[in-house]
Design a binder for this molecule. Structure first.
Ligand SMILES: Nc1ncnc2c1ncn2[C@@H]1O[C@H](COP(=O)(O)OP(=O)(O)OP(=O)(O)O)[C@@H](O)[C@H]1O
Ligand SMILES: [Mg+2]
Length: 258
């Protein structure tokens, strides 16, 4: 397992994410288990694995161990007890968030965008804000879009089992979804991603959930509830939400542009 070698800074935001260099020579954004935010790490883990399966542009991530002697030197972590594993996402350097760029003529990986939107609806991610995308300008006017921060899927960073059964089935208010929808060129990509989501083997979903580290304190019942929520939502609710999004957000945008 990779080991941390240098702490750089604590990043803005409520998760207290820390930028740390590891001995593989790479920088990672590390989120630690925090009381009051118990589901942050499980949410990140499950979302990351599903996004990777779908081939969506999520920075490479892994579970890491930070020795106490290292974390004791990190501001804000000294003296706090933390779990054996933390969630680390490969840092994407020299890029912008969605607030920082006003003119985006082209998104290179626009074919992934319908998948990002469907992932957010499947997991009920209300936090796809402009700060939770990363835009990297590869050549003038051509941006690669990354998705980050899945701490608030399943509606919150501290959901309870009963919340999962009643996740909303409404169109999300997200200026970032609107922004992304403008760049989608082919309606069919929503249907293709829906099919991809619906055909992920249940065994794989179970495996992802089983791999949540024990000391992140997700109970057996909660793990079961994650799997059944994912299976129920992808079958019945996601197709409906896709239709609603299409009508309410996607079509009006594209009519205007035609
Ligand atoms: N993989 C990454 N590459 C580059 N920057 C990142 C990455 N992950 C996080 N960041 C930066 O760190 C900030 C905080 O990370 P993140 O959004 O995941 O956590 P957060 O504290 O939950 O945020 P918020 O409070 O906005 O919900 C981001 O807004 C972004 O600027
Ligand atoms: Mg964020």
């Amino acid at each position: 397992m990779i080991e941390p070698i240098a702490f750089h800074k604590t990043l803005e935001g409520k998760s207290n994410a820390h930028l740390i260099t590891f001995n593989d020579g790479k920088d990672y954004v590390v989120k630690f288990f925090q009381p009051g935010f118990e589901k942050t790490l499980p949410n990140e883990w499950v979302s990351y694995c599903l996004a990777r399966y779908l081939g969506l542009p999520v920075p490479f991530a892994r579970l890491v161990e930070i020795p106490q002697e290292f974390s004791s030197k990190v501001p804000g972590l000294a003296g706090t007890h933390h779990t054996q594993y933390q969630f680390a996402s490969l840092y994407v350097p020299d890029c912008f968030d969605g607030h920082q760029v006003s003119n985006v003529p082209h998104i290179i990986n626009h074919k992934s965008l319908a998948g990002v939107i469907l992932l957010d609806y499947w997991l009920y991610n209300r936090d796809r804000t402009r700060k939770n995308i990363v835009l990297c300008e590869e050549t003038q006017g051509n941006f690669h879009l990354w998705i980050i921060d899945h701490a608030e899927v399943f509606d919150s960073y501290n959901w309870l089992e009963s919340d999962l059964e009643s996740l909303p089935e409404e169109v999300l208010k997200s200026a970032t979804h609107q922004f992304m929808a403008q760049f989608i060129e082919n309606d069919q990509s929503f249907t293709d991603y829906l099919e991809l989501i619906q055909t992920i083997p249940i065994l794989l979903i179970e495996e992802i959930v089983t791999l949540i580290p024990d000391d992140w304190m997700v109970s057996k019942e909660e793990k079961k509830a994650i799997v059944s929520t994912l299976v129920t939502r992808r079958k019945k609710i996601l197709p409906e939400l896709k239709g609603k999004f299409f009508k309410k957000v996607y079509q009006p945008l594209h009519e205007k542009n035609d």
